[in-house]
Design a protein around this ligand. Structure first.
Ligand code: AR6
Length: 169
């Protein structure tokens, strides 16, 4: 059984075996969570991301997938980078968002991570409505078999925290 916990705050201040990054396909950084993780985690993370682009992910990391690197100076052993879908009103991309959580947990299992901190993937720059994103995140974690013992959702503001709290019940 995976325990789900909620924290309001900055994910780069969390300690966990693995911290999940809401990245983009380039793996080379950006704003939001991604910018914060690279700033606080230091250059070692970007260095591994560049190596991934030069090897397995020459075309970038596809949406819905996940890959791990060092966590650099963060209080974690690994950063798991996942690429959320951009929200679309005309196309249902929910399964891609669910896939981010499934694939991140799979990567965590492969690493042997027991505690994983997730941000609310796709709810910032990618504009996914918070309530729906919270439902998909919580349902997917609940329904994914994993050896991860604790999943902590780290929500940046009260609005996000409340949306996740409604789902966790
Ligand atoms: N800790 C926790 N949550 C945060 C933090 C933080 N330090 N900073 C922002 N959030 P976003 P996306 C919240 O935009 O929507 C980047 O440029 C934020 O309020 O980080 O998946 C990437 O490079 C929101 O609720 O990720 C991609 O290009 C949530 O984290 C693109 O943005 C996700 O917001 C990915 O967009």
């Amino acid at each position: 059984m995976t325990t789900i916990t909620l924290v309001q705050g900055d994910i780069t201040r969390q300690s966990a075996d693995a911290i999940v990054n809401a990245a983009n396909s380039s793996l080379l950084g950006g704003g939001g969570v991604d910018g914060a993780i690279h700033r606080r985690g230091g250059p070692a993370i970007l260095q591994e991301c560049r190596a991934l682009r030069a090897s397995r992910y020459g075309k970038g990391l596809p949406t819905g997938q996940a890959v791990a690197t060092t966590a650099g100076d963060l209080d974690a052993r690994w950063v798991i980078h996942t690429v959320g879908p951009v929200y679309s009103q005309s196309e249902d991309r929910s399964d891609l968002l669910a896939s981010c959580y499934r694939e991140s947990l799979k990567a965590a299992d492969e690493l042997g991570a027991r505690t994983v901190a997730f941000p609310a993937v796709s709810t910032g720059v990618y504009r996914w409505p918070m309530e729906d994103a919270a439902r998909i995140a919580v349902e997917t974690v609940r329904n994914t078999p994993t050896a991860v013992e604790e999943v902590c959702f780290v929500l940046f503001d009260e609005r996000a925290y409340d949306a996740f709290a409604r789902q966790v019940g």
